[in-house]
Design a protein around this ligand. Structure first.
Ligand SMILES: *Cc1c(COP(=O)(O)O)cnc(C)c1O
Length: 366
């Protein structure tokens, strides 16, 4: 059975998807919901697909605890397209300013790209410490009444994650939640936009989920190109052009899995905390072998990053892990070492297997 040959896949993205979801996709692939064709082969305007789209939207709203205050959009272009769409839509005029927290590779890229669209201020940067730490709201340099404050809740490459939501009175927060979307509850009231490409924690690549507070839609100027205007997508029900139908279908199945099997975001957050603790405990116990990158209080529950004392030990670690079915653990080249991505769909047993491997690697090599 193919399921038994699956490895524990610690890839940062595209990343592991719940087996139950994959099995359902497999089961429904030739004949979706009795319509005689696969979900990939039917019109995005068909009743069957509209039902999937509505269900995916409802699932996300239910999980995030929002109702009519926010719109949920399913777009293409990945999170990268949002780096320019956000300032293009949310800056109120050409004199307006937005503030950015730069806490790792992804928010750096967002900051650089936003600069091409308007006045963008740096509110804080963690570059000097190679992005192993995060600011408190009191550390931020903010001009008067910024259009929005941008941050990445979890930096996928460096493995730092904000542990609490910010609160900056009257300034909408814009959050790149690409690598921790739906991994824990989030205070949506404080957020103008929360967005995530699906391929880390919410589905396959090809679809990006944007949750936008309705009052911000008045900022989108009619002069923007159609695809780049949030208002267009809201008005067209995410069907301005053909949406990524297959991706939306898998996002819907993952929402159902989260709601029905995992019990919602508070429960999955506990599950994720337990998994992360297993790895950080062994890192702390064997800190002459596994050198954690992030400062303890900002450690990511999604991407656990650490280095070994030498390149040679790192290669041995990765090689031996792969032989035991623990795959895609190589760290990003900008941080090096090892990165274990343990999103929602990584089972507890997978993390236990990695922890046990780390223990025995430590005993054998120290
Ligand atoms: C992966 C990632 C991105 C980029 O996503 P694309 O879909 O490849 O554009 C942006 N931000 C964060 C935090 C990510 O993890």
């Amino acid at each position: 059975m193919a399921t038994e040959e699956r490895t524990y896949n610690f890839s940062a993205g595209p990343a592991t998807i719940p087996v139950q979801v994959l099995e359902q996709v497999q089961q429904e692939l030739l004949n979706f919901n009795g319509c005689g064709a696969s979900i990939m082969e039917i019109s995005h305007r068909s009743a069957q697909f509209i039902e999937v789209l509505d269900s995916a939207r409802a699932g996300i709203k239910q999980l995030l605890g929002i109702d009519d205050s926010h719109e949920v959009l399913f777009l293409q272009g990945g999170s990268r397209l949002q780096f320019s769409m956000i300032p293009m839509n949310l800056l109120r005029d050409e004199n307006d300013r937005a503030a950015y927290i730069v806490s790792g590779t992804w928010s750096s890229k967002a900051f650089e790209e936003a600069k091409g669209t308007g006045n963008i201020d740096l509110a804080w940067s963690g570059k000097d410490s190679n992005f192993n730490t995060l600011p408190a709201s009191t550390d931020l340099a903010l001009a008067d009444d910024p259009a929005f404050l941008y941050y990445a809740s979890n930096e996928t490459i460096h493995g730092v994650q904000f542990q609490e939501d910010f609160h900056i009175a009257s300034t909408p927060l814009v959050c790149d939640a690409s690598s921790d979307f739906l991994s824990r509850p989030i205070n949506m009231e404080q957020h103008g936009i929360v967005y995530a490409c699906a391929q880390k924690n919410a589905g396959p690549s090809g679809v990006t989920i944007i949750v936008i507070r309705k009052d911000l839609l008045t900022r989108s100027q009619a002069s923007l190109p159609g695809y780049l205007n949030y208002k267009t997508h809201v008005e067209q029900n995410s069907m301005f052009n053909t949406p990524p139908t297959f991706g939306i279908y898998v996002v819907d199945l993952i929402c159902k899995w989260l709601i029905n099997e995992m019990g919602g975001l508070a429960q999955i957050a506990d599950y994720n905390n337990d998994k992360a603790t297993l790895l950080y405990d062994i890192i702390d116990q064997c800190d002459d072998m596994f050198i954690g990158h992030a400062e303890k209080q900002f450690r990511s529950k999604m991407n656990v990053t650490f280095n070994l004392p030498s390149e040679e030990l790192t290669s041995q670690f990765l090689e031996q892990a792969a032989k035991q079915g623990l795959t895609s653990l190589k760290g990003h080249r900008s941080v090096g070492g090892v990165r274990a991505s343990i999103y929602n769909a990584m089972p507890h047993e997978g993390v236990v297997a990695l922890r046990d491997f780390m223990k025995s690697f430590y005993t054998q090599n120290s």
